[in-house]
Structure formats: structure tokens, C-alpha cells
Ligand binder design. Structure first.
Ligand code: RUQ
Ligand code: CUA
Length: 684
């Protein structure tokens, strides 16, 4: 009885909090959940909330020692990706992707501003949910990390030699790019499924919202990735009925060439979805034959459309981003090509859609379901061949549930969301409502172990957990609610992850670590696959930035009308030039700062009083540009923001700004006190 009360308390607590999150549920569903909880079937055993000292030893990485894994964790509404060491949980880096970052100047410097350009103009923020490591032959290759943005649909590619965002492509005909950026198992494509259905870009969008069923459509897009350069291109889009695409995973092995997407709102509701999109007993998993789609496009099929989307590329030769508005897309209408797409019924608003390492099983996680359906790719193919259909939905065949079903995990817990795998025949599913990770066996579908999470787990991650060969030493939980786990910090508490050792076959919690932003999906990779290819500095002789200054002797200040370009160098511990006079009111000044150091871990920063962007943080060998428009006559100090040497505090200088008509000539110097004091005098 006490146990049951405990469960109800957790559920009530979770439910209350879930109202603030995106998992709202109807009263009926809650009733069902309470009924299930009443059976006492899901009470996590061994629910001690603190970890013993012995377990903590396993997360201990001694000072001076490296972590075994890099863990790339979504930053949610921070728009960034954070990188932690596992098992220590130490924060190694925050990579700015879809958000301006004052720490690095990303999105503020002239060179990086184009990265955040879109067809809607400059957008300095987004909601980043799912990082995805690149794969070759179904395994992590350590080259790139892809990241989706959820609000203004975009996919980014991060270069793992620099841990910087190298490319961002916008997705046309999409809204809420949630079902993204999952890779095909050999890295040919990254997918992007629309969360919101909307009128297509070239249709008249000025329609009543309640004409949803008639005018709103969904799409799933395929972005090709060049194997060598990583360069992304919108290869094709598939037009789908107006439903919501949630998550996705690639087929592999026997299911290679297929992609699976979870879908909800098959009710096609456009208001109060928490009730109206929970009406049908089953929504769908979309099985899409992307090899066939690729072939169709090669044959010239599909509708060539004129659309508008931004494609932004950061070039490490010039250390500069360019943004191009692209105009071409190819749209294949799924219902016109038999064999391209099938729907598999999946209980109650599926969220996660995960494929096991063998590629034989597809796991759907119905957020509101009290079981986990596991589909068999083999059975799916047989059902398709025998046309064992349950009619069609908007022109797309619906395979009979039982015909594709391998089996169901019974009473796994409440609110299944996401599943990762250990490569030893087991699956780990996160349970949002009952706040636990549940381990189960894929063959016999029996629950093997459960571990409580604090609290309300969303995603989880096993290193390589969605590849052919997971590195199953740990599972990491990313929680939605933190409550009492850390020292209080006002109304907002730290976001939180929890690390479990799974090497013994049992899940053992060994660490809590706070995260930056709200963590959604995360992936982890053995550190050895990345760390040796890390760039240590950029070669100054290879710097092709048009405003580079390769040595102090080349430093200069050049006026062209009202534009003043300052070609400046920095090295421990001074700028050249560090005295500049002759700037006038009405001038636009561009400080092009080149860091001429050729050594690892020696960035210099740059800021000037009154600058309205952020500092520059310039890596060795790199050039970055700060735009500055002074608002008043006077003397403006500038300085290095990054403590670079014993004389870092001396790394400073002055800019003199005179009135618009002033006779003060342009001059600049370091160490020579130019111009001579008597030649200019005061400015009055
Ligand atoms: S989603 S839990 Cu993008 Cu599962 Cu966050
Ligand atoms: Cu350069 Cu501090």
C-alpha cells in the first residue's frame, strides 16, 4: 500500500510538473495511468535517492586523467550543444550552433553572422533537440555532429576537428524540424521531418486555421552529406499527409535503405491537441523506402519547385561564413509512388522511434501507452508483399498492426519515450511518467531491470546506442525536472543528467551532473575516435581571410569614406596598433583582429568600450572582425578579454574619436607615441 501511494505521489508530482512541459494529458489518460499505478506494477525497487561512495568511485576521473567518452548533449532552448566528459560529467565545451554566443563572439563577429541567416532574416536563437554523430557502415566515425533546430527549421553540421559549427541548412516546406537530424546508417543522408504540418511554401498560406485537413501538409526531407567534405545539400523532400512527425531512426542490416518516423496527430487536429490528438487508439510509424525515393529522383520523378532557404557555410580557410539563399527543391508526393511509404499503426501518440543494432526490430514508444510495441522488419516486408493492409490513410497503405508486430513489452512502466540499445540483445527505455529507465530483452520482451531517475526522464543515451555496435558501458538519463537534486538556485533549478554504470548487467547510478539548457537527445563516442584529430591552431600562412594581417609589420588602418578598416594583430601581450587616432564621428570602424600566435590554447580576446556586439575570441592563426560605431567624441580603451599571459592585463590600447569635421589625421602606432604631441593638440 505504501509503495502504491509512493507511485501515485510520483505520478501526481510528475503530472503536475508535466503541465509546464510539453506532455499534457487528458483526464482519461491520467485515469488510466492511475489505474495501472494502482496495480503497483511499476514501483521502482531499490529507490534510494543517493549514491554510495563506492559507486561514485566509478565516475571519478583523477585530475590530469582524460574521460573515456565525449558526450554531446542538446542544449534545448539554449540553442547550443554542450560536450561533457563521461564518466566524470565534466563540462568540456559549449558549442554555439543556433544561438549567438557572447563567449566566443559566434553570431556577433562579422565573419560568423551569416551562419544565423535564414529566409526569415537573421535569427539568433533556436531550440536544439537532437545531436547525431555521423556514421559510416552503421558505426560512429567521429567526423561530424549534426544538430536540428526545432523552431525555424534548420540542420547544422559541427566539425569535430574544431568543435565548431561548419554548416547550417534551412529546410523549406517545414515547420518545427523535430524529426531530425538522424542519419542513414552509411551517412548518405540526414533526415528532417516536420513536426507541424502547414500549407506548403508555394501554396497560399493565408487560409483559416480550421481548414487544416484541406490545406496543411507534412514533409520529410533528405539532406545529402558529402563523404569527404561533409557538405550538405537538400536532396529531396517527400510530401506526406498533414500529420505531425516526431522522431526517426535509420534502418540498418536487413532494413538498410528504409527509414522509420514516428507520427502523431493522425486525428489532424489544429486545436487543443492534448485532447484532440489523443482520440485514436493508434497513430503511426511511417516506414519509408529512401533508396526507392533516391532512385525516383534520379529518374527525374517528383516536382521541381522554386522555394527559398538559406544555406550557410563556414570556411576555415578564410575563417568566414557565407550565406546563400538556395531556390531548388524536389518534392515526391508519397501517395503517387506505390512502394515508397507505409504506415504501421502504433499505440497512442508515439514519441521515440528506435531501431535495434541488428536492424531487425523497430521500437515505438507510445507516450500514453501502457506497453511497448516492437515491430519486426521481416514481418513488415512479408505483410507488404502479401498486402496485409488495414486500408489506407490519405492514400498511403496502412499495414495491419499484428502483421508487422513482433511482440509487446507488457507493463514496462509509464510514459515510454525513447529507447537505446546495448548490442547484447537488450534495450533501455526511458519512462517519463514513472521516472525510470527500464531494461528489457529484445528477443523475449521480458523486463530485466529498472532504475529510478530523478525526475521525469526524457531522453537517454548509451554510447553508440543507435548504431550497429553500441559501446555499452554506461547509460545516461537526461531529466526534465530536477527539484531537490541540487542546491536551490531560485525559481529555476539546474538541468540535470544522471549516469548509470551498466557493465555488470545491472543499472547502477553513479553520478548526477547539471547540464546547460534543457537536455533532449544526446550521443556519446569513445574519446579516442576524436581527440587525436583535434585542431590545435590554424596555420597563419594558410589564413585566406581578406582582412588578415600576417605580421606586425603589415598592421595598418585604412579609411574608405566613412569606413575605417583596422588591420590588427595580437600576440602576447600587445595589439598592433594599440594607439589609433583620426576616427571621426559617423565612421564605421571594423577591427580585423588576427591572432598571430602559433601555439595551442592561446586565444586572445578583443573588446572596445561601447561595442554593441560581444567580444571577439580569436584563435591562434585566425582573423575575426568586430564592427564598432562610436556614439560620442572621446577616448575609448580597448583590451584583450582572455587572460593570456602574465602581462595580459597590460594588453590594452586606446582609440581617439574626434568630431566629424575635425582635422585630426588618421594615425596608428604601437610603442612610438604617434602622432607627435605638438602636431595635433586637443581637439577643441
Ligand atoms: S524529444 S524528450 Cu526532441 Cu523526446 Cu525531447
Ligand atoms: Cu591577450 Cu590577454
Amino acid at each position: 500500500m505504501k509503495e502504491t501511494q509512493g507511485v501515485i505521489k510520483i505520478i501526481a508530482f510528475t503530472f503536475k510538473n508535466s503541465f509546464m512541459k510539453d506532455f499534457r494529458m487528458s483526464a482519461i489518460v491520467i485515469f488510466v495511468i492511475f489505474a495501472v499505478a494502482g496495480l503497483g506494477s511499476c514501483k521502482p525497487k531499490n529507490a534510494a535517492t543517493a549514491v554510495s561512495g563506492d559507486a561514485a568511485q566509478k565516475a571519478y576521473v583523477a585530475p590530469g586523467k582524460y574521460d573515456e567518452f565525449y558526450n554531446f548533449v542538446s542544449g534545448g532552448f539554449s540553442g547550443q550543444v554542450a560536450v561533457y566528459g563521461i564518466p566524470s560529467g565534466r563540462l568540456l565545451r559549449v558549442i554555439p550552433v543556433f544561438a549567438q554566443d557572447p563567449e566566443s563572439g559566434y553570431g556577433y563577429s562579422e565573419e560568423t553572422k551569416p551562419m544565423l541567416n535564414t529566409s526569415h532574416g537573421y535569427i539568433p536563437w533556436d531550440d536544439q533537440h537532437h545531436p547525431e554523430l555521423s556514421q559510416t557502415n552503421g558505426d560512429l566515425d567521429g567526423k561530424w555532429l549534426f544538430a536540428n533546430s526545432n523552431n525555424t527549421p534548420r540542420v547544422a553540421r559541427i566539425d569535430l576537428t574544431t568543435f565548431r559549427t561548419a554548416e547550417i541548412i534551412e529546410i523549406p516546406n517545414s515547420a518545427g524540424n523535430h524529426s531530425s537530424p538522424f542519419t542513414t546508417d552509411n551517412g548518405e543522408y540526414i533526415v528532417a521531418g516536420t513536426r507541424f504540418s502547414v500549407p506548403m511554401d508555394n501554396d497560399n498560406g493565408d487560409v483559416p486555421i480550421n481548414s487544416y485537413k484541406k490545406n496543411f501538409k507534412g514533409t520529410v526531407s533528405f539532406i545529402s552529406v558529402d563523404k569527404t567534405s561533409g557538405s550538405m545539400k537538400l536532396a529531396f523532400q517527400v510530401l506526406m499527409p498533414g500529420i505531425d512527425f516526431d522522431l526517426a531512426h535509420t534502418g540498418k542490416g536487413p532494413s538498410e535503405g528504409w527509414f522509420f518516423f514516428s507520427c502523431y496527430n493522425t486525428e489532424q487536429a489544429n486545436t487543443l491537441l492534448e485532447v484532440n490528438a489523443s482520440q485514436r487508439d493508434k497513430d503511426f510509424i511511417l516506414a519509408l523506402n529512401w533508396k526507392m525515393a533516391e532512385q525516383l529522383v534520379k529518374e527525374g520523378k517528383g516536382d521541381r519547385q522554386n522555394v527559398k532557404y538559406a544555406h550557410n557555410v563556414y570556411d576555415e580557410n578564410t575563417h568566414t561564413a557565407t550565406s546563400t539563399i538556395e531556390t531548388q527543391s524536389v518534392m515526391l508526393d508519397a501517395k503517387q509512388f506505390p512502394g515508397l511509404a507505409y504506415f504501421i499503426p502504433c499505440p497512442k501518440s508515439p514519441h521515440g522511434c528506435d531501431v535495434d543494432p541488428t536492424g531487425s526490430y523497430i521500437v515505438g514508444s507510445g507516450k500514453l501507452a501502457a506497453l511497448i510495441p516492437v515491430f519486426s522488419f521481416d514481418k513488415l516486408q512479408k505483410a507488404i508483399a502479401a498486402k496485409t493492409f488495414d486500408g489506407e490513410y490519405a492514400g498511403i497503405p496502412v499495414v495491419k498492426y499484428e502483421a508487422a508486430l513482433y511482440g509487446e513489452v507488457q507493463k514496462p512502466g509509464l510514459g515510454p519515450l525513447h529507447t537505446e540499445f546495448d548490442g547484447q540483445g537488450n534495450a533501455y527505455t526511458s519512462m517519463f511518467v514513472s521516472s525510470e529507465i527500464v531494461k528489457w530483452n529484445i528477443k523475449d520482451l521480458k523486463v530485466l531491470d529498472r532504475a529510478p531517475c530523478y525526475y521525469s526522464i526524457g531522453h537517454l543515451c548509451v554510447p553508440g546506442g543507435d548504431t550497429k555496435h553500441p559501446d555499452a558501458k554506461y547509460v545516461i538519463a537526461y531529466n526534465k525536472i530536477t527539484k531537490d537534486r541540487y542546491l536551490p538556485t531560485g525559481p529555476e533549478l539546474a538541468q540535470s543528467a544522471q549516469l548509470f554504470d551498466i557493465s555488470s548487467g545491472k543499472m547502477e547510478m553513479i553520478l548526477d551532473f547539471p547540464t546547460v539548457g534543457e537536455p533532449h537527445y544526446a550521443q556519446a563516442i569513445a574519446a579516442d575516435k576524436i581527440r587525436n584529430s583535434s585542431v590545435k591552431f590554424f596555420k597563419i600562412e594558410d589564413n585566406k581571410n581578406p582582412f588578415v594581417t600576417k605580421g606586425e609589420g603589415q598592421a595598418k588602418v585604412v579609411r574608405k569614406g566613412n569606413t575605417v578598416d583596422v588591420y590588427m594583430t595580437c600576440i602576447r601581450s600587445h595589439f598592433t596598433p594599440d594607439n589609433i587616432e583620426g576616427i571621426k564621428m559617423g565612421d564605421e570602424v571594423y577591427f580585423h583582429v588576427t591572432n598571430i600566435e602559433q601555439d595551442w590554447d592561446i586565444p586572445h580576446g578583443f573588446a572596445v568600450k561601447g561595442n554593441k556586439n560581444a567580444e571577439l575570441l580569436v584563435m591562434p592563426g585566425e582573423t575575426q572582425t568586430l564592427k564598432w560605431v562610436p556614439e560620442k567624441v572621446g577616448i575609448y580603451p580597448m583590451y584583450c578579454t582572455d587572460f593570456c599571459s602574465a602581462l595580459h592585463q597590460e594588453m590594452q590600447g586606446y582609440v581617439r574619436v574626434s568630431s566629424a569635421g575635425s582635422p585630426v589625421a588618421l594615425s596608428y602606432s604601437t610603442g612610438t607615441n604617434l602622432p607627435p604631441a605638438d602636431s595635433t593638440g586637443g581637439s577643441k
